[in-house]
Design a protein around this ligand. Structure first.
Ligand code: IVH
Length: 678
């Protein structure tokens, strides 16, 4: 018999209240935000159909005003990027060197580079759109491409200008929403008085408030925004980042008064120390310093690697640490069979979060640190990174504590473990049948940078495996809504949503599908390079390791492993089934280097500043004409395209007798097929 509506409503309320408690108070959510939103939406729907069931204690009624429905998605026109981290002075110097090297490679002499430093606010990234001077939309970063529309909550932030004078028709301001520490302390005091549990840290309460379904609840917390940049603009250009920030300040945005410009990297290093010393005096939490190249033309030239701009880096403060007892060590099997040791800890608070497990990385690390069950250990947590055990305190070691030994058989499937000589890991060799490896493989397949199937988290994957609904990644695409609805705690809406998400993922482009397949060593960037090099999976499969090795970023070992893996029957069967389900296993014609293009088979080197075109744009033009762009001139180079102030590459081309063209020359090669006006 099906559950009564009354029961369903009461069950959903209990469940939501429990998750609210886990998220806000315990800082230990059991479900993803998306799953929470789905449950919430389900409760809203039932209450709308049966208003007589609405009661004051429902999570939908928690704070005054009626809740809005869930959040709509917002696609960011300019992606919201993340930042690479530097942890030491060496890291920073190495970054500076890379920046210089890259500019030099492009034959650009930047002279003395001006750097800007800003505090790295530990809050929530936000995008603020103004149309004809009026605030029209606030969106979270989400995965960088698509965020959530949180306009109504953002609108409650008093200090944020809702109207700006002298603005262009369209401008998108980027910044960080945060809760000042004083406000956080006061909020917790009030909550304690009202008998409510305390929030764990300002960041979480800020993030929680902005993602509140109910704007009245957001309004209750005095959130603030530091603005640090501009995304989309319409007919508006700045020369430097400092100018952007100055413009923001002039137009009523709060910009950090301690944002500073520096002439050399030494000064940047000093500034980082300065921030570290001031950290605890500030009324907002920061977790590092953001360093940016000031000149925006250099941003365009340096470009983006993956999701991180090359023109900026975050110098992260040393991580927070705590001491606790190591209860024991467990071994987990990874996607490629590696056994990873995990520390089971007495729960301890580190950097605002309770930690009860931490990684011990690998056997070698374990041995080097000499960590034993029963030890007092130092645990460290840095940002979003998995907590790790830094070291043991041997002076406190209990008598009889023995060094850990990796298991003789796989904890997931019982197969005898092997230890290759050249590896720091013991390995479960049961590549095709080990449930532990299968689980990790599926988890990787559905993850963000891969097929990005929202709502199919770790918990669902293991549940579906346990229930026998899936046995490998291809099975995901045969899941039926009715099968999911039959499961405990999967309502009609969540099931339908998940099926829609799975369907949506069929459109994921080939490079990401290739990454999702989880071939040994193939990360997102290599997957993209392989896709570009081979165009489709058949071509990659029939290539021998020597040929695969010609791909940028692929060495001989990886090349051999890729060939072996794609040569395996089991892998190929899965690939075939995925193809049958409509996944892209080839680049689209638009993305493919055309075979018969005017530059087909040619290798081209770009040098100097090309008038009216960035390097990426020029590379795209070459690619579309069938050519390949490489970084250095050799005898194999078909020709060099030289722009203004071209340097060493031009010289080398002349020395080797390689032909040199300017943009006009390229244009005639392409038969006028170059964007006009260049
Ligand atoms: S610049 C270019 N400037 O840090 C991409 N980000 O790790 C980054 N953040 O998502 C934007 N303070 O949420 C920038 N002064 C600052 C920042 C800052 C905090 C956050 C931001 C971003 C994350 C990247």
């Amino acid at each position: 018999m099906s559950e009564t509506v009354e029961n369903q409503v009461s069950r959903l309320r209990d469940e939501l209240n429990r998750h609210i408690y886990l998220y806000h108070s315990k800082d230990d959510p059991e479900i993803s935000d998306e799953e929470y939103d789905t449950l919430f939406a389900e409760l809203l729907r039932l209450e709308a159909e049966h208003p007589e069931l609405i009661s004051g204690d429902s999570p939908t009624q928690r704070v005054g005003a009626p809740p809005s429905e869930g959040f709509a998605s917002v696609e960011h026109t300019v992606p919201m990027l993340s930042l690479a981290n530097a942890r030491t002075a060496e890291d920073l110097l190495a970054w500076e060197k890379r920046v210089r090297g890259r500019l030099e490679k492009a034959d650009i002499d930047p002279g003395e580079i001006t750097w800007v430093t800003e505090p790295k606010i530990d809050g929530l990234a936000i995008s603020l759109t103004y149309e004809n001077g009026s605030f029209t939309r606030g969106a979270t970063r989400g995965d960088g491409r698509v965020g959530e529309d949180v306009t109504r909550n953002i609108a409650t932030i008093e200090a944020l200008p809702k109207q700006i004078d002298g603005a262009p028709p369209l401008i998108e301001v980027r910044g960080e929403v945060y809760l000042p520490i004083a406000a956080f302390v006061e909020l917790n005091r009030r909550r304690a008085e009202a008998g409510l549990p305390a929030f764990a840290n300002p960041r979480n309460s800020a993030a929680g408030s902005i993602r509140q379904i109910d704007p009245a609840a957001a309004a209750e917390r005095p959130l603030a925004v530091w603005s640090y940049g501009i995304g989309v603009t319409d007919g508006f250009e700045f020369e430097t980042h400092s100018e952007e920030v100055a413009w923001l300040k002039e137009h009523g945005f709060q910009t950090n008064p301690d944002t500073a410009a520096h002439a050399g990297i030494e000064e940047v290093l000093e500034r980082c120390q300065w921030w570290l010393e001031r950290r605890d005096e500030l009324d907002f939490e920061i977790d590092g310093v953001v360093i940016k190249v000031d000149r925006l033309s250099l941003w365009r030239e340096l470009g983006v690697a993956g999701r991180e701009p090359r023109w900026s880096i975050a110098w992260k403060f040393p991580p927070t640490t705590a001491t606790t007892r190591l209860k024991g060590i467990e071994w987990n099997v990874g996607r490629t069979g590696h056994l990873v040791p995990w520390a089971m800890l007495d729960p301890v608070r580190v950097g605002g979060v309770t930690v009860s497990t931490a990684t011990l990385h690998n056997e070698e690390d374990l041995e080097r640190k000499d960590v034993r069950a029963g030890d007092e250990v130092i645990v460290q947590r840095a940002g979003d990174v998995i907590p790790q055990v830094v070291s043991a305190l041997p002076q406190k070691r209990p008598q009889g504590a023995v060094p850990p030994v990796p298991p003789a058989v796989c904890p997931a499937c019982g197969t005898k473990i092997i230890k290759p000589e050249d590896s720091v890991f013991s390995i479960c060799p049961n590549r095709t049948g080990c449930p532990g490896q299968i689980f990790q493989h599926i988890k990787h397949f559905v993850s963000r940078g891969a097929m990005d199937i929202e709502g199919l988290g770790e918990k669902q994957v293991s549940r579906f495996l346990e229930e026998g609904l899936i046995a490998d990644v291809a099975d995901i695409y045969s899941l039926k809504r009715e099968q999911l609805e039959g499961l405990e705690r999967m309502g009609a809406i969540s099931s339908a949503n998940l099926i829609a998400e799975i369907d949506r993922s069929r459109a994921v482009p080939f490079p990401r599908v290739l990454f999702a397949l989880g071939l040994p060593g193939v990360g997102a960037v290599t997957a993209e390079a392989l896709a570009d090099e081979f165009g489709d999976i058949e071509a990659l499969r029939s290539a021998d390791p020597e040929r695969i090795e010609q791909t940028e970023g692929v060495g001989p070992i990886m090349a051999r492993q890729i060939a072996e893996s794609l040569g395996e029957d089991r892998t190929w069967k899965i690939v075939e089934r995925l193809r049958g389900q409509g996944l892209s296993l080839a680049l689209s014609d638009a993305d493919r280097r055309p075979e018969g293009g005017p530059l087909s088979g040619m290798t081209v080197v770009l040098t100097g500043a090309l008038p009216g075109m960035t390097r990426d744009e020029a590379a795209e033009v070459v690619k579309r004409a069938g050519g390949k762009v490489t970084g250095s001139v050799s005898k194999k180079t078909s020709f060099v395209i030289a722009g203004e102030s071209a340097g060493s590459k031009l010289e080398k081309a002349e020395k080797l007798g390689v032909s040199v063209l300017d943009l006009d020359g390229l244009r005639s090669l392409l038969d006028g097929d170059l964007p006009s006006g260049q």
